[in-house]
Design a protein around this ligand. Sequence first.
Ligand code: GLA
Length: 385
Amino acid sequence: MPLNLLGDFFQSTFHGDPAIVAIAPGRINLIGEHTDYNDGFVFPVAIDRYVVAAVRPTQGPTRLVSLLAGEGQTFQTAEVALGTVEGWAKYPAGMAWVLTQATGKALTNLEGVVVSNLPMGSGVSSSAAIEMAFGVAWNELSALGLGNKELALLAQKCENTFVGVNCGIMDQMASAMGRPDAAMFLDTRTLNIAYPPIPGDWSIVMCDTRRPRSLSDSAYNERRAQCEEAARMFGVAALRDANVEDLETYAGQMSETSWRRARHVITENARCIEFRDALRAGDRSRVFEVMKASHVSLRDDYEVSCHELDAMAEVCWSAPGCLGARMTGAGFGGACVALISANLEREFCVQVEERYRKSVGSEGRLLVCKAVQGAHVLAGDSQRG
Ligand code: GLA
């Protein structure tokens, strides 16, 4: 991340130095898709692609400028209300809103710049990263005393109520709680996290189809509603509590679509546990099969894949060094995640790019990613306001 660029950008925009720099990573999910809003398991990794905010307190309104997206709508931090801020500034504004509600403290107004090397619209959580970057920034500058887990829960609330996307907790927890060189086996019901190490000779590759996705898509909320309907049918609090026997019992008694949605969630939770065990045992062929089964289930039962994601997964499966691949994130475009043998990184990337281009007729983009620490303040003299 070119941090000197950030300093220059701040200097030329606000003629001075920022008080702090807050950094928050995006995430890629290894397995456990569409399970988080069913109280299930997920397996994300915080990746070395970030949103970075350089900010300082100001007497004027909050004014934020993004290198990519330009100047955001200005707002008074203490007066933010639902529906009053549009465009990309609604993420920081929404954080100000939830933080004020949660702490009862008056948050300082900020002036600042935002840069990012996290692809947007690729399903790697750029919105959670911007929420977390501003969460840690205000936490520091207004001395709110919150921990990263609390900030993640508030960021989810921001997304659900202020931004209007009914997402689960995975993205915000991954951006908040990631650790270097480790994946996160997160129980979204208890928020307990185990950090299984990623073997040193494995690489994580983000295989972006470059077909942009839109999370606000009504399809996401529709899937959620179908899962809730299935859970009611099974008489459980959430699909996390259902099992394959329930599926057999209720087959034919509910809509076929809801039944297939439930089957995805129930089997995906089981796959998450299987993946954890295979990773622990270094069982490469098991990892491959479980990730493939996840993709197939998302494609056929959950119906959130698309032509480009299927093509990307297929070319990954047959590329040299592939230890497993599947679509990652909400779906309907975005990226696949691939685990590969680190010594075959180059061969893998060259072949996948070429074969994807041939198959789909447009360019994909492959990025090798490292697991990193969650959101934090990078530097600054903590002028509190
Ligand atoms: C999006 C949501 C997450 C999760 C995934 C699907 O990324 O923000 O909460 O539901 O989709 O696994």
